[in-house]
Design a protein around this ligand. Structure first.
Ligand code: RUB
Length: 309
């Protein structure tokens, strides 16, 4: 196997095993992996270049099924063109670099936009470990507002432990709760802020399992529910009526000794769907929008052309 394929398979493995995780990082890592793969390809034949790059793209696409950042990032990188290998490769590299740059800038901009909605003294509840939701929280803290964060554990993979480590390092007053304590503490919360794996055409949110229950609690308690999502988290496929595939992970993540129990199985969906009516606002890099505007974001920001599907 070539070194370039070896490296790409390494990134694909890390995405699958969740060494690389969180939708934004998955999208950027895939773009960079495809870029490095193209740069290391040793061929002067454009047909061979195209075919190898598209095989590599398929390998990355098959790592995790839910996060649309992965397919959107690969789609953007694969819009390269060129008369020969050199120009095609340059075009692909520039697409990948643009995606990564645009993603990093979006996370920063969302941090600023979202922080305007948070008041001094607020308590924020977050779930899982979303770099974009945390950008809002960090920016708010850096702006001098005094905030407290409550973080769920986010079983079964405990991404909440990553979140509290980061909040601790930034000097933010933080409390960790078990996932099932959300209903108990919701009346102390001023706003829920979560990230997104997917926003559908009708403005619904696909995010870490447990998000939908939190949204339901927040709705009942009249607590504001904010989603932090870059425009490449919006799913063009859902305009065509496609359903978002929900990743099912291994039973052992939830109960390592499951094989000892012959009459028991574990169901381990990694994500769930929060209906748009429970979402107050989606903070994107082009502004804070109501979920009902998601269709427009897909049409305008992603140049989505229904005729060419
Ligand atoms: C991560 C998760 C995050 C979103 C958004 O799930 O659900 O909330 O991906 O993250 P997993 P970000 O740990 O299974 O990848 O804001 O960093 O894109």
């Amino acid at each position: 196997m070539t070194d370039s394929m070896d490296n790409l398979l390494g990134v694909a493995r890390d995405i699958k095993s969740m060494e690389i995780r969180g939708a934004a990082l998955i999208g950027r890592s895939a773009a960079q992996a495809l870029r490095d793969f193209a740069l290391e390809l040793n061929t002067n034949d454009l047909n061979e270049f195209n075919s190898e790059v598209s095989k590599a793209a398929d390998i990355l696409l098959n790592t995790r099924p839910t996060a649309v950042s992965l397919s959107n990032s690969i789609r953007m990188v694969m819009r390269y063109s060129g008369e020969d290998v050199e120009t095609a490769s340059q075009s692909l590299v520039s697409n990948a670099d643009n995606f990564v740059e645009r993603s990093l800038k979006a996370v920063e901009t969302i941090g600023k936009i979202g922080s305007h909605r948070i008041r001094d003294g607020d308590t924020i509840l977050t779930h899982c470990n979303s770099s974009v939701a945390l950008s809002i929280i960090k920016t708010t803290h850096q702006s001098g507002k005094n905030i407290k964060v409550i973080s769920t554990e986010s079983r079964p993979r405990y991404q909440g432990h990553l979140t509290i480590g980061m909040l601790n390092d930034w000097g933010i007053n933080t409390e960790l709760i078990v996932d099932s304590a959300v209903r108990t503490i919701i009346n102390e919360v001023d706003e829920v802020i979560v990230g997104a794996d997917v926003i559908t055409a009708n403005g619904s949110l696909v995010n870490k399992i447990g998000t939908a229950q939190i949204a339901l609690c927040a709705h009942e308690a009249r607590t504001s529910f904010m989603v932090a999502a870059e425009t490449y988290k919006f799913s063009p496929e859902t305009i065509m009526g496609e359903l978002v595939p929900i990743e099912m992970r291994q039973e052992e993540e939830v109960y390592p000794q499951i094989s000892d129990l012959k009459n028991v199985t574990v169901r381990n969906p990694a994500f769930d769907v929060t209906p748009h009516r429970y979402i107050d606002i989606i903070c994107t890099e082009v502004g804070a929008i109501p979920p009902e505007m998601s269709y427009m974001i897909i049409k305008e920001m992603q140049g989505w052309d229904l005729q060419n599907r």
